[in-house]
Design a protein around this ligand. Structure first.
Ligand SMILES: [Zn+2]
Length: 370
């Protein structure tokens, strides 16, 4: 791409212009020629730099608009909160916290360096931290905007949505006819509600003043809730993938899945560690992909889109979270919205919609077997 003025460069007209200058001799033209070419090459390189600057400017403009939108939203949000609660929440925070005036104004906006070590897991989130809150303050922080708000809201609303609307969406008239369908339906309901509750509690109280001791308990609670979805929630799709196989293979396969689920619980809960937690469910995910493949051996109607997407979205979410995208490219810009953990939260909610859709199909299919 060349948008510079050297597109209009005409060598003969340039020579003519130079030769027309007073005192210029024709034989000097050849000496001039290499230097004019170097001008052209300099112009070309400058044009490429301009292109780069254009892209950078556009990116910076997008970031500027994004920041402006966020700051405007925050201002509107706080005006609204203050209008509704008339500073009663602020007073609540102030009552127990001896702190400086600056901290009083920004008790929900600590910087990365101000928070305890066990909360410093993302150095690209610079501001908006809560710290050293008691139970009531943590609970009330639900109404304030900080860098955990999007994580809390995304899973709190998912919890309410799945609790209220999802059970209504199940074909209970078919399910109630036999115990096997009822067992798998209840497993599905439990496992699609549990993770949102665990995650909301973890994110809401993670900044509690009791420090790492309570943080570890909250984290264990969150991980346990995720395990419920990964193991109990996947029982139905795994079972349906081998339902047409002979008795020995079917029960060997299900026993293997249960043993791997117990092993993964031990890894993520007892052994712990960030990497263990991140890859602790990989054996179950692998086995579920094998299950999707095994379905191709039967002639059942299989909802492959839902089965694949319910696995794919959390994998993308885990990768985005592991590589800290997008905040790694612009630290501090995504403190409140759209950081890697926020994106991961949205993707796992999306995956659960597909999990639910495939579960409805499987329950109807299962009812034909019993
Ligand atoms: Zn989370």
């Amino acid at each position: 791409m060349n948008l510079g003025c050297c597109d209009c460069y005409d060598e003969s007209s340039l020579k003519e212009n130079i030769s027309l200058r007073p005192g210029f001799k024709r034989h000097q033209l050849n000496k001039i020629q290499p230097s004019t070419r170097s001008i052209q090459s300099v112009d070309s390189s400058t044009t490429i730099n301009y292109d780069f600057i254009h892209i950078r400017s556009i990116f910076q403009l997008i970031l500027l608009i994004y920041r402006r939108l966020i700051y405007t939203s925050i201002r509107i949000y706080y005006n609204l909160i203050n209008f509704i609660f008339r500073n009663s929440l602020v007073d609540q925070f102030r009552s127990n916290e001896p702190c400086t005036k600056e901290q009083e104004q920004a008790f929900y906006n600590y910087k990365f360096n101000d928070i305890p070590e066990h909360l410093k897991f993302n150095p690209f989130i610079l501001e908006g931290y809560r710290s050293n809150l008691n139970f009531k303050q943590s609970l009330l922080s639900f109404f304030y905007l900080h860098n955990e708000s999007t994580n809390i809201y995304s899973h709190a609303f998912a919890f309410l949505y799945f609790l209220i609307f999802m059970p209504k969406n199940l074909p209970w008239n078919i399910i109630n006819k036999n115990y096997q369908c009822l067992f798998f339906a209840l497993c599905h309901v439990f496992s699609t509600i549990a993770p949102w509750f665990g995650s909301t509690v973890y994110h809401l109280f993670m900044n509690h003043r009791n420090g790492q001791k309570i943080y570890n308990k909250l984290l264990a609670f969150d991980v346990l809730a995720i395990w419920i979805t990964q193991s109990i929630g996947a029982l139905l799709p795994v079972y349906m993938s081998v339902i047409d196989f002979n008795f020995t293979f079917k029960y060997f396969y299900m026993t293997l899945y249960v043993l791997l689920a117990i092993r993964s619980l031990y890894d993520v809960l007892i052994v712990g560690g960030r990497m263990r937690r991140r890859f602790g469910f990989s054996s179950l995910v692998f086995m579920r992909f094998v299950s999707i493949y095994l379905r191709t051996y039967s002639n059942k109607i299989n909802n492959y889109d839902d089965l694949i997407l319910q696995e794919l979205y959390p994998i993308i979410g885990a990768l985005v979270s592991a590589f800290r995208i997008p905040e790694i490219f612009s630290p501090g810009t995504f403190d409140l919205f759209l950081n890697s953990h926020n994106l991961m939260h949205f993707l796992v909610v999306l995956a659960t919609f597909h999990l639910h859709s495939s579960a409805v199909t499987d329950l109807i299919l299962l009812s034909n077997y019993v």
